[in-house]
Design a protein around this ligand. Sequence first.
Ligand code: NAD
Ligand code: DAU
Length: 351
Amino acid sequence: MKKTILITGGAGFIGSHVVRRFVKSYPNYNIINLDALTYAGNLENLTDIEKFDNYSFIKADITNEHTIEQIFSDNQIDGVIHLAAESHVDRSITDPMAFIKTNILGTVILLNAAKRKWKDNFEGKLFYHISTDEVYGSLGDEGFFTEATSYDPRSPYSASKASSDHLVRAYHHTYGLPIVISNCSNNYGPNQFPEKLIPLAINNIKNNKPIPIYGKGENVRDWLYVHDHAAAIDLIFHKAKIGETYNIGGNNEWKNIDLIKVLCRVMDVKLNRNTGDSEKLITYVKDRAGHDLRYAIDSTKLQKELGWKPSLQFEEGITKTVEWYLSNQKWLDDIVSGNYQQYYESQYKSR
Ligand code: NAD
Ligand code: DAU
């Protein structure tokens, strides 16, 4: 019998790459993409696979207990890959409650539905929870996050993701629910909503608008191309030991300001501008409240146990990303012409 895999948040940035990978690689699976289509969800991300026989879409909110229970009753779900979340740190600072609802309550509602559906036989079932390196808090100049690093979340977003991680583990220890968790570093690549640093900067450079750099631009992030994250998710879903946690990272640390300078150079070339033109748009603005200084992942466990490694060098990944945004003008225009303007005004006017 065909396996049915429920992917939540599949219309978002990472979720859409995971859905595409699974739909194309596993014709023997039924892939159900469940997404509420919030401001971050966009079915345009999936037009190339929407007609595949093994793909279906359900518009549903994971915080709606009745609907989620019904979906689990109606479908013989064998695996869940849970990506649906409120994902932007700045939004969590202005509206924490949306994060508590979706990231914590929504995750518990999914856990309960899976537990109820699978309770008689957990064999062959898996609840895979996609989490973030931000649950570990902030590093100084040295060191890396490992799977043994204590949790120390410091924003409403990371605290809500940490809570959901704890709940997923609690359902494994208390009820025996088969789970696995991965904690990944910053992703970049096609289809990322332009509220996040890289696509926001690409869009602003293209339109000759200031590139807002929080504080001094010295915060460090470990960047991973989204296809490499999707590949890691595929591997973990199929090969991980039940109950385990895996860190995923690019071993690719950049200070924000240095990353933006690389991006500016790539944009100068692609837009036929003089070298240095785009850099002139860099504008230092008020720092993010509670801004974590540095994230860096040690992904040795994933590399050694499951044989994963990132496939792209950063310069190649950032060039591909810029090319994608420049050749998908309509995708970008559809987003930035909507509520995005309002968001941008309120987020950046006081900085
Ligand atoms: P995103 O914001 O681009 O997409 C989130 C998706 O979830 C959207 O399609 C949205 O419509 C959907 N969604 C939100 N609330 C929902 C609800 N209540 N019910 C159903 N669907 C809902 O996010 P992303 O950047 O693709 O991140 C996906 C997951 O990966 C998140 O769990 C995030 O915490 C995690 N993660 C992200 C990164 C990153 O760098 N972006 C890194 C590590 C982990
Ligand atoms: O580490 C994984 C996390 O990475 C994910 O869990 C989150 O979902 C994802 O949004 C991302 O969080 P960050 O806060 O690191 O990403 P963001 O793109 O918002 O910011 C990256 C860095 O750039 C961060 O140090 C803040 C800074 N920044 C961001 C924006 C939007 C700026 O300097 N200016 C900006 O306008």
